[in-house]
Structures are given as C-alpha cells and as structure tokens.
Ligand binder design. Structure first.
Ligand code: SAH
Length: 249
C-alpha cells in the first residue's frame, strides 16, 4: 500500500509516488479555469488516472475500475484545484479536510467488496466522491459528515449530479446510522484510535468494514474487519494517512 490518503496536509507537502509518471501534462493549468467544464473534457485524463494510478498498481476489480472511470471527480474538488482533480494525491476541500487520493478510494472500495443491492455506510462524506463511487456499485449508500458546511455542499453535489441512491446526513458518525442498520459494508474515511463499537454492531453478518485506525496526526493502519457471527476477523492492509475522526461534544 503505497499511497497517502485523506492527509491533513497542504498540497505542497504531498508527494507523487515516483513510479507514476504522467506522460501528458494536465490540459488544465492552475488558475486558468473559472468554471467547471463538462465532464467530457475530463474523460481522457480520468482514463489515464485509472490506467496509471489504479490498474498500473494493484487494483484489479473491474467493477471498481469502471466506477472510477465513470464518476466525474472534478465535480467534487474546489474550483481552485480543478487542474489537479485527477492527480495522484489528496486535495484540500476546506475546513482542514481533504478528498482522498484516487488510489486510496479504489483500495477501500475494493476491500469493501460491495455487491449490487447491498447497503453500505460511509463515515466522513467530505467531498462526497467516495460515496459517489459506492453509488456506482449499489443503490443503497448512506453517508455521514460531521462538518455542517461540508455535509451541505456534498448534498448539493449529489443533487446536482442526480445521485438519488445516496442518503446523507450531518452528524457524528461514531454512532453509525442505527435506523438503516445492518450494513453489508462500512467504509470509514477518517481515522479513530480504536474501532467504534456501534459500527461493529451495525455490520451485517458476513459484512465488511474498512477503517484506518491509529493516532491522530500520524500514520494509521488500514484494517479490513469481517464479521462472522460474533467473531470479527481483522486484516491489516498497511500504512495510510487520514484526518482524525473527531467527536461532537
Ligand atoms: N470520503 C471523503 C474524504 C473524507 S476526509 C471524500 O471522498 O471526499 C474525512 C471526512 O471525515 C472529513 O470531511 C471530516 O470532517 C469527516 N469526519 C471526521 N470525523 C467525523 C465523524 N465523527 N463523523 C462524520 N464525519 C467525520
């Protein structure tokens, strides 16, 4: 697992892994765009992202690769970062938060292994991009964001792009979303220092949770938890870096 993800850093601190070389520069230099162009103008750069950053590493699930080729990531990044919308690193989305690096979104989606019709919960809506990827895989996506402005902005984006399969709310996601539980998959995109018990309780039998766990501000481990009856089987997928899971007072 090579990539950083939802890192609480500024773009200048982010590093593009050396093995990834974009053969063609982005057609959209910084600061030259004042409005979001149609998704068509991004099809080629998005496809290059899929081939080089995802398939070129270790993402093999065609459904996940297909979802990442479809979703217009540039609609989820702030206007100032349009030229980097498909770059190999996380981007700031305001309020000290970030949209995860594409590769990490793909890894987490692949691990969650969401099948059509399954119910999936995301904690940490952020820009809404991860939820939109999940919405390509199933028609029941639930997502929770703690920062009101980000929650509202993501809901506006879902509406604008017609994502009716996504149900979103502003809340502290530590407690999950009891009303819609159990979930076949839960993806947590902010890092707690322990597994929130309510999320384990809301995981369906046979369900999978993908969650970074570790101290805030440093690196965490990305865990896959699989619930089998009363047992939870844990697999460590290596080092990642996410913003901390915060708690409401
Ligand atoms: N999945 C997002 C990236 C999220 S960054 C995307 O695709 O863009 C992590 C997000 O988790 C931030 O927006 C942060 O505000 C949110 N977050 C942190 N703690 C949270 C909590 N307790 N409940 C819900 N969201 C939380």
């Amino acid at each position: 697992m090579g990539g950083l993800s939802c890192a609480p850093s500024t773009p200048s601190e982010m590093v593009t892994p050396a093995q990834i070389t974009l053969t063609t520069p982005s057609p959209f230099p910084p600061g030259t765009l004042t409005e979001i162009p149609s998704s068509d103008s991004y099809t080629e750069v998005r496809q290059r992202m899929v081939e080089q950053q995802l398939r070129g590493r270790d993402i093999t699930n065609e459904v996940v690769l297909g979802a990442m080729s479809e979703v217009p990531r540039h609609k989820f990044v702030p206007a100032d970062y349009l030229s980097s919308a498909y770059s190999d690193y996380p981007l700031p989305i305001g309020f000290g938060q970030t949209i995860s690096q594409p590769y990490i979104v793909a890894v987490m989606t692949e691990l969650a292994d969401v099948q059509p019709g399954e119910k999936v919960l995301e904690i940490g809506t952020g820009s809404g991009y991860q939820a939109a990827i999940l919405a390509q895989l199933t028609d029941s996506v639930y997502t929770i964001e703690i920062i009101p402005e980000l929650a509202q902005r993501a809901q506006d984006t879902f509406k604008q792009l017609g994502y009716k399969q996504i149900t979103a709310k502003q809340a502290d996601g530590y407690g999950g979303w009891e009303e819609y539980a159990p979930f076949e998959a839960i993806i947590v995109t902010a890092a707690p220092d322990h597994v929130p018990q309510p999320l384990v309780n809301q995981l369906a039998d046979g369900g999978k949770m993908v969650i970074p766990i570790g101290p805030p501000g440093g690196y965490q481990s990305l865990w896959l938890l699989e619930r089998q009856g009363d047992e939870v089987i844990r697999t460590n997928w290596g080092g990642v870096r996410f913003v901390p899971l915060t708690r409401s007072e």
